[in-house]
Structure formats: C-alpha cells, structure tokens
Design a protein around this ligand. Structure first.
Ligand code: C2E
Ligand code: CA
Ligand code: CA
Ligand code: CA
Length: 279
C-alpha cells in the first residue's frame, strides 16, 4: 500500500509539473522567439457590408516554436503580457504591419484601407509607445490613418493615462477601435470620453444571433448605439450567410470572418489584393 501511495503521488506530481514545464518552456521560447524570427503575421480582410469592398485588414500574430510547433496567440499572448514580453513583441508587430502596408500599396491596396493591429493594455503602460509609433510612421512614410489600433475595454483600468495616450495617437491620425466590445468593462459611460472611431462586436455575440432572439436584440442594440454615437460598427466572426444578412439588415457597417476569408499569410493576401484589383 505504501508503494502504491508513493507511485500515485509521483504520477500526480509529474502531471502538475507537466503543466508548469510547458509554461516554462514556452516562456523561455518566447524570450528567444523575436531574435530567432519565429513570429509571422496573418491577415484577415474586413469587408463593407454595404458594398462588399475591402475596407480594412486585421493583422494577427502567429508563433512557430521549434519544440511545440504552431502556438495559438490565445495561449502565448497572455504569457507575453504576464512577462512583459508583449512590449517588444508588440513593437515588432507594429513595425512589420507598417512595412507590409507600404509594400501592398504597390500590389493595389487602396491608400484609404487601414491595417489594424491588436494592442494589449500592457503596451499602454510603456511610456515609449507613442514615440515608437511616430518613429515607425515616419520611417515607413505611412499616414496615421493607414494604421488602426484595436484596444480592449481593459484600458479603462487606467483611464487617465489611457485618455492621454489615445488623444496623442488620434492627433497623429491613427484610427482607434474597441475590440471585443461588450465582453469587458461593464460601464458604457467611458465611451464618450475617448477619441474612438470604431467598435468591434465580439464573435461571441455574433455566434448565435439568429438562434436566440435575445442575442439578436443585443447585437442590434449595440449597432444602433454605435451608429448613434457616430462610431463605425464592425462585427467579427461572421461564418454564415444568415449572420451576414442579419448584420447587414441592421446596418452594421463592416464584417470580418471565415465567410469572407480566414486570416491568411502575407503572400496569399497579396494574391487576394491583386485578384480584387483585376477582377
Ligand atoms: P481577436 O482580436 O478577438 O481576434 C479574432 C480571433 O478570431 C482571431 O483568432 C481570428 O483568427 C479568429 N477568427 C476570425 N474570424 C473568425 C471566424 O469567422 N470564425 C472563427 N471561429 N474564428 C475567427 P486568433 O488569430 O487565434 O487570435 C486570438 C486573439 O489573440 C485575438 O483575438 C487577439 O486578442 C490576440 N492577438 C492576436 N494577434 C495579436 C497581436 O499581434 N497582439 C496582441 N496583443 N494580441 C493579439
Ligand atoms: Ca482584434
Ligand atoms: Ca482582442
Ligand atoms: Ca474577439
């Protein structure tokens, strides 16, 4: 019995270790990933629900770790935030997007189409953020309006600091959208204090808009409120025609989701742009 108890204990503890070992390995890997050029960006089109035109592109990071293979941002972004590594990683994303935006100008990407970047609240604590973005815009020759930052409601945790930075970004022309709208902060009153251009309805709201009428009412209410406050309203995670029709009927401005395209690597995005131009 004594033996068995010991074995059980070992079995159990090695399982627990298994979890922390993966986390430690990922953290170590993450520290080297930038230097080893293991990050790439995938791009997903954002389409006008009125005209079907391409009106935006969202950049989504991918990490190919030699040990663990492709790791989803849902797993490593929280770790990057926890360790502060999101600051240098986020800088790389911004610079890469601006360079890419410039290259695609030649492939026919209309100059008014912005590329959106996800920005963690942690990056707003970096005093250098605004200066860095301004430098990258200058170096790449991009206009502020060609870059969009997707921020979440969690920036309200430090509202005063956020307002200062957001106003500086806005002065540079940079577009600002609230990502995952409705899933975070419970108060809506902050919206009128911020220089926001767009609100982005989270996929979880879009998922079953047609099957549950309350869900539909909620999405319609978010759209109406957004439009009344003069925001552009965009919905993510659109997978079906039914969802598209519902959103279009309710005057949602922009859509994004597998129905139009999955996030794709840069070279495929370029083909998409060239086809759009010639087709
Ligand atoms: P998000 O900003 O809410 O991005 C939307 C997620 O839904 C993406 O997952 C996208 O690939 C996925 N998606 C888009 N359309 C559809 C659809 O029609 N159906 C389904 N099932 N999924 C769809 P992804 O790429 O795994 O990214 C997950 C999250 O990681 C993002 O959520 C964002 O919060 C974060 N993230 C991604 N890239 C970055 C980055 O460069 N920086 C930061 N800070 N966060 C990032
Ligand atoms: Ca996003
Ligand atoms: Ca997000
Ligand atoms: Ca989301």
């Amino acid at each position: 019995a004594k033996e068995r108890g010991k074995n059980n204990f070992q079995f159990y503890s090695s399982n627990l270790n298994g979890i922390s070992v993966r986390k430690m390995e990922l953290e170590n890997g993450l520290r080297k990933a930038l230097d080893h050029k293991q990050f790439t960006l995938h791009y997903q089109p954002q389409v006008s629900l009125e005209t079907g035109e391409l009106v935006g592109i969202e950049a989504l990071i991918r990490w190919e770790d030699p040990v663990h293979g492709l790791i989803s941002p849902g797993e490593f972004i929280p770790l990057a935030e926890e360790t502060g590594l999101i600051v240098p990683i986020g800088k790389w994303v911004i610079a890469e997007v601006c360079r890419q935006r410039k290259r695609w100008e030649k492939a026919g990407l209309p100059s008014h189409v912005p590329i959106a970047v996800n920005v963690s609240v942690r990056q707003f604590e970096d005093e250098n953020l605004m200066h860095y973005i301004a430098m990258v815009l200058d170096e790449t020759g991009l206009e502020g309006v060609q870059l969009e930052l997707e921020i979440t409601e969690s920036i309200m945790q430090n509202l005063e600091n956020s307002i200062i930075i957001l106003n500086q970004l806005k002065e540079r022309g940079i577009l600002l959208s609230i990502d995952d709208f409705g899933t975070g902060y419970s108060s809506l009153s902050y919206l009128k204090h911020l220089p926001i251009d767009k609100i982005k309805i989270d996929k979880s709201f879009v998922d079953d808009i047609l099957y549950h009428s309350n869900q539909g009412i909620m999405v319609k209410t978010i759209i109406d409120m957004g439009l009344n406050m003069n925001f552009t309203v965009i919905a993510e995670g659109i997978e079906t025609k039914e969802q598209l029709f519902f959103l279009r009927n309710n005057k949602c401005n922009i859509g994004q989701g597998y129905l139009f395209s999955k996030p794709i690597p840069a070279d495929q995005m370029e083909e998409y742009l060239i086809n759009k131009k010639s087709g």
